[in-house]
Design a protein around this ligand. Structure first.
Ligand code: NAD
Ligand code: UGA
Length: 459
């Protein structure tokens, strides 16, 4: 099938950057990203490119280059489904918050709605691409919905999971380690592969069956998260024994079989996917009665929750067992640097715990606005919205957040934190002045020379 029009349903962290890069590299294909969220679409169409709904280094330039030429953003979902030969489903697949599988399984209602929408409006043959991360065998359900429309249209379903990481999305998309395409129809696979071949070497395009492709995505995230929980487990042991987790990580990472990446001990991993995808994997394993498999992977989450909790416990214990009425300056709210995404950020859980202990928290994050921070806390439902408003102040100036503070908690590894005038910060803080560096980004010796009581992870 010759592809002239692509429609992507879902203008989020995956749909936006992925389609922008596809449009950039395939100027002859018209790419339209559609979404039910009119506000989000308006923001993508806005004149001020610094206010796109998603912050990703390099993204605004690509949007500037392609938008209005062969990249479009629209709320007219039906029209663009109807006119496209290829449709990507790139909607959210969060953990279920109700019913069977609550707190574990992926909520597939948005994906199913997309399939039903495609079935309703399609009048010509379509290739439907699963871009969202989905439980293994989801394609079966999508196929069943599409093939039972009775309108005799040929639908081919492909699985093409996305491996980009936020903060480096553009580079990950431009230089992917691999592009994975799972499917049954060789022709449909080839249609999608040819789009990627505009910039990805053919040998990096991996073709598998549908189920291997779906399961590989969950497995990749589980392995990545497992490495973080593994090094975080060792970080606690380092703190008891005098070993230094950065030195241990370097030593083991030089073994080419282990490799150096993803071995940074931290206050715990966040982000919208690691936890959700592992819970989903655990749920699937249990549904097949594979309890040992499920328990094995669940431990990655148990360890991560422990790491977040022990960070705040340690802070409270060090501040003489009480933070009640004390000001804690928090640097960073995003789940990692170079993104405005805060989903499942460790900062949310640490702040929630400290608020329970009646601390007053002042937050500074270069990319996260106050409304998002308040929403994140309100979503936990731990206390009333008024109490959250009272408990947290959000500042636009980092020095303001740390002024008169009893302690600094570094939650995100934003580069700018390293460049601050830490002597000035020290002078403005209550004494003894504590730093709890949840990302190990500051130099321990330097901070101690200034006068700080400095604590980091695993050192
Ligand atoms: P997101 O929440 O940022 O975006 C999803 C968008 O889909 C939203 O704007 C929502 O309004 C829209 N949507 C939902 N239902 C719709 C419908 N029926 N019709 C039209 N629009 C609809 O989510 P995301 O972070 O882009 O993630 C999307 C998928 O990609 C998830 O399955 C996720 O696991 C996976 N993924 C995410 C990342 C990442 O870095 N965020 C990386 C790889 C894979
Ligand atoms: C992750 C994967 O890296 C992507 O391949 C995948 O496509 C994506 O999930 C997804 O499916 O959504 P992302 O969550 O955007 O990407 O970012 P990561 O760089 O993986 O970081 C996740 C979390 O782990 C962050 O909180 C980060 O700070 C933390 N982390 C990462 C560590 O604590 N230590 C490390 O060594 C690496």
């Amino acid at each position: 099938m010759i592809i002239k029009n692509i429609c992507c349903i879902g203008a989020g962290y995956v749909g936006g950057p992925t389609m922008a890069v596809i449009a950039k590299k395939n100027p002859n294909i018209k790419v339209t990203i559609v979404d039910i969220n009119a506000e989000r679409i308006a923001a993508w169409n806005g004149d001020d490119l610094s206010k796109l709904p998603i912050y990703e280094p390099g993204l605004a330039d690509i949007v500037k280059e392609t938008r209005g030429k062969n990249l479009f953003f629209s709320t007219d979902i039906d029209k663009h489904i109807a006119e496209s030969e290829m449709i990507f489903i790139s909607v959210n697949t969060p953990t279920k918050t109700y019913g069977k599988g609550k707190g574990m399984a992926a909520d597939l209602k948005y994906v199913e709605l997309c399939a039903r929408n495609i079935a309703k409006v399609a009048t010509t043959n379509k290739i439907v691409v699963e871009k969202s991360t989905l439980p293994v065998r989801t394609a079966e359900a999508i196929k069943s919905i599409l093939h039972n429309t009775g309108n005799h249209i040929d639908f081919h379903i492909l699985s093409n999971p996305e491996f980009l990481a936020e903060g480096t999305a553009v580079n990950d998309l431009l230089n992917p380690d691999r592009v994975l395409i799972g499917g049954e129809s060789e022709q449909a696979i080839e249609s999608l592969a040819s789009i990627y071949r505009s910039w990805v070497p053919n040998e990096n395009i991996l073709k598998t069956n549908l189920w291997s492709s779906e399961l590989s995505k969950l497995t990749a995230n589980a392995f990545l998260a497992q490495r973080i929980s593994s090094i975080n487990a060792i970080s606690e042991l380092c703190e008891k024994t005098g070993a230094n987790v950065s030195e241990v990580a370097k030593a083991i990472g030089m073994d080419t079989r282990i490799g150096p990446k993803f071995l940074k001990a931290s206050v715990g991993f966040g982000g919208s996917c690691f936890q959700k995808d592992i819970l989903n994997l655990v749920y699937i394993a249990r549904s097949f009665n594979l309890n040992e498999v499920a328990d094995y992977w669940e431990q990655v989450i148990v360890m991560n929750n422990h790491q977040k909790r022990r960070f705040s416990d340690h802070l409270i214990k060090t501040l003489y067992n009480t933070v009640s009425g004390k000001k804690i300056g928090m640097l960073g709210w995003a789940f990692k640097k170079d993104t405005n995404d805060t989903r499942e950020s460790a900062a949310i859980y640490v702040a929630d715990h400290l608020l329970n202990e009646q601390a007053h928290i002042a937050v500074y994050d270069p990319k996260v606005p106050e409304t998002k921070i308040q929403n994140d806390l309100n979503y936990l439902n731990t206390r009333s919205e008024e109490e959250n408003l009272k408990g947290i102040t959000v500042t636009l100036d980092p020095y303001e957040a740390l002024k008169e503070a009893h302690a600094v908690a570094i939650m995100t590894e934003w580069d700018e934190f390293k460049t601050y005038d830490w002597e000035k910060i020290y002078d403005g803080m209550k004494k003894p002045a504590f730093i709890f560096d949840g990302r190990n980004i500051l130099d321990k010796k330097e901070m101690e020379t200034i006068g700080f009581e400095y604590y980091s992870i695993g050192q």
